[in-house]
Design a protein around this ligand. Structure first.
Ligand SMILES: [Zn+2]
Length: 326
């Protein structure tokens, strides 16, 4: 690759120190997905204003959308903006759901400081071998790696599964040992997308399997655990979207109390994608509905960015506990 650069040249950090501090402090680092400028700025400003470390994450298709050459410079722009604001929050650029060695390598070579290799759809041995291959390449360059055991239900950019398969705690030790991964995504009942559970109005969503999480913590004490599919699908945004012409009737997510409990455990990273999408979509719909003649993108994208800042601050302060930890 002609344009090879190391993440330190962009001013980014890997996840080693931030996870160590999160583990000791009983909170989780937010990992927000982005693919455009307003999302990126909303996330960064929200994290600066709440003084939180942040993991900026992109899926393979989000990287393609933003352009693989352009993307690292977006992260670099975020780092420079944070400096200009006089804030010193650590910023990680992370590949979400990498599915091949080549994709992970390409991200590492272009300046990512952390990558996920999701081999969870493969049998254990294949998953471990593929993850190990990425770890070997990544660790030579001080890049950290997230693996995955167990399958989440739901639909995300790179993954789609009908049913979830909970992580088997008895496989975790061997996987961590064989692969030398730095963190592990597990499946305990969270789910990708905006329609996480099929419940009737007023019905409770099924609780996360904290018993599995506790069993995993016992087997690999102090090892950083990651929760995917952990958006709450904030009802106020779903309501707004529906009120302004959208249609998201049975959207439900993970209640904030359960995420708070997870953040205090070995869970060091909580992924939030859908909630950011909902916040922006709700505001864009509102602006268009109330101002049908509006055609300046700054008016609707600017409102969307402002709402995302609010949402990020709320998550960091009230759910993950990462505020004031930068
Ligand atoms: Zn995911």
């Amino acid at each position: 690759m002609a344009n090879t650069k190391h993440y330190t040249e962009l001013g980014l950090t890997n996840t080693r120190d931030i996870f160590k501090k999160a583990m000791a402090g009983g909170y989780a680092i937010p990992a927000y997905n982005f693919n455009n400028m307003e999302q990126l700025q909303g996330i960064i400003i929200g994290c600066v204003e709440s003084k939180s470390p942040v993991i900026l994450q992109v899926s393979g298709s989000a990287r393609k959308y933003a352009d693989p050459t352009f993307l690292p410079y977006m992260a670099m722009g975020a780092v420079q903006m944070v400096k200009a604001l006089g804030a010193g929050i650590p910023i990680t650029l992370h590949l979400d759901h990498g599915n091949t060695f080549e994709l992970a390598k390409s991200c590492i070579d272009s300046g990512f400081s952390s990558v996920m290799l999701d081999g969870s759809h493969h049998p254990f041995e294949e998953n471990a071998a593929l993850t190990r291959q990425v770890v070997d390449y990544a660790h030579e360059r001080e890049v950290t790696v997230e693996g995955e055991l167990g399958v989440l239900a739901g639909v995300e950019d790179e993954v789609s599964h009908e049913v979830s398969h909970y992580t088997k705690p008895e496989e975790v030790e061997a996987f961590v040992e064989k692969t030398s991964v730095d963190s592990l995504a597990i499946s305990i009942g969270t789910s990708h997308g905006a329609h996480k559970f099929k419940v009737k109005p007023g019905e409770e969503v099924p609780p996360l399997r904290f018993d599995i999480l506790e069993e995993i913590e016992k087997r690999v004490p102090g090892f950083p655990i990651v929760l995917h599919g952990a958006s709450s699908i904030e009802p106020e945004y779903v309501k707004m979207i529906n009120a302004y012409g959208g249609k998201m009737d049975d959207a439900v997510g993970i209640p904030a109390e359960q995420l708070r409990r997870a953040a205090q455990s070995a869970v060091c990273k909580i992924n939030i994608d859908s909630d950011g999408r909902l916040a922006m979509t709700a505001m864009i719909r509102k602006v268009f509905a109330e101002n049908p003649a509006e055609f300046d993108p700054r008016k609707y994208l600017g409102s969307a960015r402002d709402e995302l800042i609010k949402m990020v601050k709320y998550k960091n302060e009230k759910v993950l506990g990462s505020a004031n930890k930068a």
